[in-house]
Design a protein around this ligand. Structure first.
Ligand code: 8X3
Length: 259
């Protein structure tokens, strides 16, 4: 039976983007508990600082670094803080709107491409030399089941997530032979405080409908658990792609709802 590998000394820093809430925050907590020194990044300074304090109070190592992943100059500056990085979790991103292609807002499409795809590209390019220098680096791309099949009203988000999937697959081809794994985690329906609320511009009724009647959507912790599991496999084991959905969801459009 494979055992979880303790991170090597050179691989102990784990950078998590979008760590202010949801999957990113849960991942930061779990990686810290697994022994990593977590670096929490997100735009909201107060949130990442509060979470870093919480993780420290639990006896683990955490620092906060406010960062907008779409700001390349800021990302490059952030990268200079490290000689080596063991793990990069590209989690920042999200959906904006659920409009048909015919009427979707091009600005939403642009912002989704910028956060999900270019944000991942920025962090990956800036930290790749440090991940390689660790001798055993792992890049995690948190994509989505939207990266594999589309659904009505999903166009802009689905397009961005397909691009994020392609980024992960292409990078894995290009860096094979170097000591960096590329892991893609593709979650389906995850109920977090903010994903659906952000998508619907703060409309709580619309956000609630996403999960209506679904007994057990995934939680942020469920996804963080799969990320932490993939990251803590022995260094030669690359979990290329892990698709995780709640039992009640058979596909992006086939969801069992009660009542
Ligand atoms: C979230 C999954 O179904 O909202 O990435 O596109 S979905």
């Amino acid at each position: 039976m494979a055992t979880a590998a303790a991170p090597s000394a050179a691989s102990r820093i784990a950078v998590v983007t979008g760590a202010s809430s949801g999957i990113g925050a849960a991942t930061a907590r779990q990686l810290a508990a697994a022994g990593y020194r977590v670096v929490l990044t997100a735009r909201r300074k107060d949130r990442v600082e509060a979470l870093a304090e919480e993780i420290q109070a639990a006896g683990h190592k955490a620092t906060a670094y406010p960062l907008d992943v779409t700001d390349r100059a800021a990302v490059d500056e952030f990268a200079t803080a490290f000689k080596t990085v063991g793990v990069l979790v590209n989690n920042a991103g999200g959906a904006l709107g659920a409009d048909p292609v015919a009427t979707g807002d091009p600005d939403d499409w642009r912002r989704m491409y910028e956060t999900n795809v270019l944000g991942t590209l920025n962090l990956t390019q800036a930290l790749l030399p440090r991940l390689e220098a660790s001798g055993d680096g792992t890049i995690v791309v948190v994509s989505s089941t939207a990266g594999f099949a589309t659904y009505e009203g999903g166009g802009g988000y689905v397009a961005a997530k397909h691009a994020e999937h392609v980024l992960a697959e292409t990078l894995r081809l290009e860096i094979v032979g170097r000591p960096v794994r590329v892991v893609e985690i593709a979650p389906g329906m995850v109920k977090t405080d903010e994903f659906a609320l952000t998508r619907f511009g703060g409309d709580r009724d619309k956000a609630a409908k996403v999960y209506q009647g679904v007994a057990d959507p995934l939680s942020a912790d469920d996804v963080a658990d799969t990320i932490t599991w993939a990251v803590t496999r022995p260094a030669h084991v690359n979990i290329d792609l892990l698709v995780v959905r709640p039992r009640a969801q058979a596909s992006n459009t086939k969801v069992h709802r009660e009542g």
